[in-house]
Design a protein around this ligand. Structure first.
Ligand code: DI6
Ligand code: FE
Length: 391
């Protein structure tokens, strides 16, 4: 396959967006060559100046879950507090109840509606977390469903075990016992089944402290699995530095991170994953320290955090717009955040840039310039998605 007469955002270092005008040659599912029109072989398909980018990557999602939280959304808008919602059976507990009750087929069907929305916007790879089971059986069920997505759709899935997401009702006030009796054994079992690509946690006052998360990270290390963390979302309790200490792939949310956290991430080579959908939904006012991340050259990724509570968002294009408008990212940072740097946050070395030898995961857009992808709201200019060299 040869695509010619295109504007190509290679996302390689050098020119902004690694921009060039020319052609991409695809062979055996890989990018064989990308370069200026004059050097291109004969033939091929005229792209009429359309934009080609790496296919998009959503590096933080919770797309597998049961039920939804629309009733809680209504309650909160009528003035109910988070505690009142929880007492009425809402909040994360309601998602855990619905997820435990759902069959694998039901969970898969629900997840596919969200995955399809992402694919329609040119997404080729997604990360999917467990964390709404909070018992061994349901955590494994969620991860099996996440793996099953790859059998149903042409998309790559990377799984994260998020057993340390919340303390379930039956362990209320006994978080340490939950880690010992449920989370760590479930992680062992899931890893033994080959269901885990990375290990995640929620390090927060309302979830788990750094000592508890560290026990999970130690087990991950024993199992040879990389770690990542929901860190500094609502307060600063040291999760980002803990993640850096364990060489995390990424620290995610990080609204309350500071300059020392930024330095720790930079030294560890970890990515900061920004999640503007949760910031927006929770009416958060503390924006992540983007300038400190830039000063320390921390790679910045952007993701939907698609989940039923804090970020019911299944659009990576809207996420890019929110990253720019809410967090003042540049459109170039936003595109890097959903391509090359999202790949890095997932430890995927074979995708996310347009370069000879990488997988031919590409998106062709009906726009002239890459900034247009972040600029519009509620507008999907995808012309064609190419996954592993196939349209
Ligand atoms: N941070 C979040 O914003 C979500 N999980 C997390 O660790 C919230 C998940 C939910 O409310 O269902
Ligand atoms: Fe999340």
């Amino acid at each position: 396959m040869l695509l010619r007469n295109a504007t190509i955002a290679t996302m390689q270092p050098g020119a902004p967006y690694g921009l060039l005008h020319g052609a991409v040659l695809i062979e055996d599912g890989l990018i064989k060559w990308a370069g200026p029109e004059a050097d291109a072989p004969e033939g091929g398909e005229d792209m009429a100046g359309r934009l080609i980018t790496p296919a998009l990557i959503d590096c933080h999602t919770h797309v597998v879950f049961g039920g939804n939280r629309a009733a809680e959304f209504e309650m909160r808008l009528k003035g109910a507090s988070y505690e009142e919602v929880a007492r009425a059976g809402g909040g994360i507990v309601s998602t855990v109840t619905a997820t435990r009750a759902a069959s694998e087929a039901e969970l898969l069907a629900g997840a596919l509606t969200r995955v399809d929305a992402l694919i329609r916007e040119g997404v080729s790879a997604i990360e999917v977390k467990s964390g709404y089971g909070l018992d061994r059986e349901t955590e494994l069920k969620m991860l099996r469903v996440a793996r099953a997505i790859e059998g149903e759709r042409r998309v790559r899935v990377r799984t994260s075990f998020l057993g340390a997401h919340a303390v379930p009702g039956e362990y209320q006030g006994r978080a340490d016992a939950y880690i010992d009796e449920v989370c760590l054994p479930a992680l062992e079992a899931a890893a033994a089944e080959g269901l885990v690509d990375a290990v995640d946690g929620f390090c927060e006052g309302i979830a788990f402290d750094t000592a508890q998360i560290e026990r999970v990270f130690q087990r991950a290390k024993t199992l040879g699995l990389p770690v990542k963390l929901h860190a500094e979302q609502l307060s600063n309790i040291g999760g980002t530095r803990l993640a850096a200490q364990y060489g995390a792939l990424s620290a995610d949310h990080v609204e309350y991170a500071d300059a020392a956290d930024a330095k720790a991430l930079a030294d560890a080579g970890s990515v900061a994953v920004l999640l503007p959908g949760a910031f927006y939904t929770l009416h958060e006012t503390q924006a992540p320290p983007v300038q400190a991340f830039r000063d320390h050259m921390v790679p910045l990724a952007l993701a939907t955090d698609c989940n039923p509570g804090s970020s019911p968002l299944a659009s990576l294009l809207l996420t890019m717009n929110m990253g720019c408008t809410l967090f003042r990212l540049t459109p170039e940072e936003a595109l890097a955040g959903v391509t090359c740097l999202a790949a890095r946050a997932l430890g995927l070395k074979d995708t996310g840039v347009i370069e000879a030898g990488k997988r031919a995961d590409l998106a062709v857009w009906d726009v002239a310039h890459p900034a247009e992808l972040s600029y519009r709201i509620g507008f999907n200019p995808l012309y064609r998605r190419i996954f592993g060299g196939e349209a």
